[in-house]
Write a protein that binds this ligand. Structure first.
Ligand SMILES: Nc1ncnc2c1ncn2[C@@H]1O[C@H](COP(=O)(O)OP(=O)(O)OP(=O)(O)O)[C@@H](O)[C@H]1O
Ligand SMILES: [Mg+2]
Length: 296
């Protein structure tokens, strides 16, 4: 069984795709894990980072995207989920100079249409909006789970906001990583997504679940050194929510995650001055995945 790791926050531009891709590289290169990245965002940033613009365009032409998978299923075609995956993606080599075991289910601009189509289908069978919504989400959960196949870790890069695909990802995730920027809006966004993940109505109810038993953990990103206001905000969020010890600084090497080059390079070269930060992040996340694998 694969470990499902969702990277989500309803707020945009907080580093979800960056963190998802850095972890995909770290887990496949340093951890030797078989990793599948699922791009659940119609902006398709994770796909662009892992395939480059031309590679993503080729995937679309070959009808190998998440939207093709759904549309083919709706059309009654019995394709296998693995027919939509692209293997050996990314521009980072493993220790032997080869592509690591990193695969991608490419994203699609049409993912919103897929969700709309599923919604209309369910709405024709029930007038109760709650029933319709939960059936759409349930169907997406079931279809996303079919990809776990031969992977150790499935990383779900979620769109900002709460699309059905994001809600399905939050539901199937063994762990949800919630990157945030230390500002006041982020605090509200973290509260909101935490309530959804744990199925609680308010923060008082959320407190019933011990912090160490929560299914999510927050990660401060874009943290500026010597900024007291940001430090206080992070501490305030950590009073209510589980928080990783590592904090990702604002750093060129992290922004490099977005630069795809056509030749494989060592991970140290790609991320430059951000390697120690990525290593700390990896060291905190990898044990959760190992614990789950050893429990079967
Ligand atoms: N710690 C960091 N240091 C420097 N740049 C960063 C850092 N984290 C993210 N960025 C940059 O910030 C921008 C937004 O990051 P990213 O696209 O990963 O956010 P996102 O949450 O996935 O956005 P969206 O909600 O649009 O999907 C990117 O240009 C990325 O390179
Ligand atoms: Mg993103």
């Amino acid at each position: 069984m694969a470990f499902f790791l969702a990277v989500a926050n309803r707020k945009g531009g907080v580093g979800k795709s960056t963190v998802a891709v850095m972890l995909a590289h770290a887990l496949s290169v340093w951890g030797g894990k078989r990793v599948l990245m699922m791009d659940l965002d119609s902006q398709c940033n994770a796909s662009l980072i892992l395939l480059g613009g031309q590679g993503w365009s080729e995937a679309r032409k070959a009808n190998r995207t998440i939207a093709d998978y759904f549309f083919d299923l709706f059309d009654g075609q019995s394709m296998h989920p693995k027919d939509y995956l692209i293997h050996g993606v990314g521009d980072v080599a493993n220790g032997s100079g080869k592509p690591p075991k990193l695969s991608l289910l490419p994203g699609s601009l049409l993912l919103e249409d897929v969700q709309g189509e599923l919604f209309l289908k369910q709405a024709s069978q029930s007038n109760d909006p709650d029933v319709v919504a939960s059936r759409v989400r349930g169907r997406l959960e079931q279809l996303l789970r079919r990809f776990e196949g031969s992977y150790d870790v499935v990383i779900l890069d979620c769109a900002p906001g709460l699309s059905f695909a994001a809600l399905a990802a939050l539901k199937i995730a063994d762990l949800v990583l919630v990157p945030f920027r230390p500002d006041y809006v982020s605090q509200l966004a973290v509260d909101r997504i935490a309530l959804i993940i744990e199925g609680k109505r308010n923060l008082d109810d959320l407190e019933e679940i011990a912090v160490e038993d929560r299914r999510y953990v927050c990660l401060a990103n874009y943290v500026r050194e010597h900024n007291g206001r940001e430090r206080t905000l992070i501490e305030e969020i950590a009073l209510v929510h589980p928080m990783l010890d590592v904090q990702m600084p604002q750093r060129d090497g992290i922004a490099n995650a977005f630069d795809w080059v056509s030749e494989l390079q060592p991970i140290e070269q790609k991320y430059g001055n951000a390697i120690p930060d990525i290593k700390k992040l990896y060291d905190e996340i990898a044990p959760a995945i190992e614990a789950r694998s050893s429990n079967g």
